[in-house]
Design a protein around this ligand. Structure first.
Ligand SMILES: Nc1nc2c([nH]c(=O)n2[C@H]2C[C@H](O)[C@@H](COP(=O)(O)OP(=O)(O)OP(=O)(O)O)O2)c(=O)[nH]1
Ligand SMILES: [Mg+2]
Length: 135
């Protein structure tokens, strides 16, 4: 049997949320589960009948309690980890309203593009960060 075919595949909407100070919102994953403690751009799994933009807007409200506008597509990454395949569709977003709260994550920070190097991200994020820098 083809082993690749048995790996779960998650379709994820991902937000690069900018504020007026040209900072980006990142969150640290919880200390247990997949990719524990790593930093990420907030987002989550798409639900049936939803567009990626709707998914991103919903996930950000659920995970951080803030309102955003979802803007232009940045990049789509298909990455296979040892036990998981992810398709990350990343959009530029803008913070509209509310103070971000760590509802489903360990910690959140506003950081500049240069400061991203100081945080550990999952492997798939190398390409997202490179795309942001080329933007
Ligand atoms: N949100 C987000 N997920 C990322 C990034 N980079 C990356 O490899 N991922 C992976 C980690 C997760 O396996 C998956 C996101 O799935 P998820 O947030 O719906 O699920 P999860 O692992 O947190 O947990 P669960 O909801 O399935 O219990 O994508 C990123 O920058 N942001
Ligand atoms: Mg998540």
């Amino acid at each position: 049997m083809n082993e690749i075919a048995t790996i779960p595949h998650k379709i994820i909407g991902v937000a690069v949320i900018w504020n007026d100070k040209k900072q980006i919102l990142i969150d640290r994953r919880l200390p247990k589960g997949t990719m524990a403690n790593l930093w990420e751009f907030p987002g989550g799994k798409i639900e049936p009948g939803e567009t990626i933009e709707e998914c991103i807007e919903r996930e950000i409200l659920e995970e951080l309690g803030i309102k955003i506008t979802v803007g232009k597509h940045l990049i789509t990454i298909d990455h296979t980890y040892p036990h998981l395949r992810v398709t990350l569709t990343v959009h530029h977003c803008h913070h509209l309203d509310g103070v971000p709260q760590a509802i489903e994550c360990a910690e959140i920070r506003w950081v500049s593009l240069d400061e991203l190097d100081d945080f550990d991200f999952p492997e798939a994020n190398v390409e997202i960060i490179a795309a942001l820098r080329n933007n």
